[in-house]
Design a protein around this ligand. Structure first.
Ligand code: ZN
Length: 67
């Protein structure tokens, strides 16, 4: 699992359907910008990728910088 965690990044995406943010639980509405985790071209069945709203993605990115 950890070998995939290092490959994860947040990919800016326009919502085609509504989603629930995995950070705060708020709804991401259709056509809003949100940030799903992505591992690029790696095919990893069973891996759980989270989705984050704009606010939570900024928080996560700030944490990464300050750590
Ligand atoms: Zn959120």
């Amino acid at each position: 699992m950890s070998k995939y965690n290092s490959l994860k990044f947040l990919k800016e995406t326009k919502a085609r359907i509504s989603h629930i943010c995995d950070g705060c639980g708020e709804e991401i509405k259709k056509s809003e910008i949100y940030y799903p985790e992505s591992i690029g071209r790696v095919n990893a069945p069973g891996i759980k990728l989270k989705k984050f709203c704009y606010k939570c993605s900024k928080k996560l990115l700030n944490e990464k910088i300050t750590n």
